[in-house]
Structures are given as C-alpha cells and as structure tokens.
Write a protein that binds this ligand. Sequence first.
Ligand SMILES: [Zn+2]
Length: 208
Amino acid sequence: MASARHGVREAPAGLALVQELLNTRATMHYGADLLLLADDAQRWLTEAITTWSRVSGLPAPTLLISSSDLRSLRRLRTTFEHVIAAAGKENLDGALPPADVPVSLVPDADGWVRMVPTGRGTRWLASALWAEALLAQQAGLWPRLKLCHNGDCRAAFFDTSRNNSGVWHDVSTCGNTANLRAFRERKRLMGGSGGQSRPPVGGPPSYR
Ligand SMILES: [Zn+2]
C-alpha cells in the first residue's frame, strides 16, 4: 500500500482512500510513482479499494486500469493535492478544476442514509474519493489530513496532535532535516562562528 511506504498512521475509515491516492506519488528514496505504469496502478487500486470496502461496509467494484486511465488517476491525485493544500491554507499554483461528481444516496430499512459511489472505472474512484472527503469534512477530520511540509517528501499523513499543529509526516526525519537546515542558515547569517549554538537534537517540542 502507498501510505505504508511512509510508515504513516492510516487516516480513519474511508478517508484512508484519499490518503492512499496522495501517497502514490514517488517518494524521496523509498518508492516509485505507483500511477506511472498500469500494472503498478492496478495492483495499488485493487488493494486500496478492497481495504476501502472492508472499512466502509460497501461493495467494491472491479476496476480494470488501462494505460489511458493513468492520466485520469494522476489528474485526480493532483486535484486532491490542491484540495488538501487549500485546507491547510497553503498556496499551490493552479486553481481547483470544477468537479461534478455523482453519488447515490441509499436509505436502509431503518432510514439511515448511506452515500454510495457510482460510475465506472476512474469515475467510480472519483465518486468514492469525493464522498469520503464530504464525510470527513462533516466529521471534522478533513483538516487533519495533511501533506508533509518537507517539499521533497509531501507524504500524506493524518495529524493526531491535540491542537492539529503537526507539519511533518515524521518529526525524526523530515522535522530534523528542516531543523538542521534552519540551524545552518542561522549559523551562516551569524558569520559561521558557531558560537554557543549547537545543532538541534530531537524534534521541535511544539510538533508531534
Ligand atoms: Zn515528510
């Protein structure tokens, strides 16, 4: 699975499907872009929607990915990167494309309404992803799905910190890299004398 490559905690319930899509992007040194080759994409998608089906209790369709679907999948991923960045008040170039995505509302015998993705192929996936985005927004979970602030990383992680202040997918890797960079920059500005300051050890206390 894509998120497992980063060792990040999975977002709760169906929101993990959005996180999975975001984490298909090539990572610093542990993996290729999973949406570049049809075989990789097929393997990833089958596993991702099987997991989604298990947690959502809804049936998963069989989606067969052709090489012409790869572009739609990558476009979908870019769209969600923009949506997540917008939620985090980050500015990325490019506007959100207008999206018109069908879903079915299916009341059960007790009158509880389920939101069921519809459509075929990658349209089904788009329907499932937007449905999960809506559910997560209603549940207040959406602002906790973030992209790592390390520009070389951008792993999608679910922030469990109490005040939702996390910015790194992993403080001990991406957080320390950033601390070290800031330390070197400060040292450079101070004339490189070194002085009393030492490189930071461990993560910054305010981020978890
Ligand atoms: Zn990171």
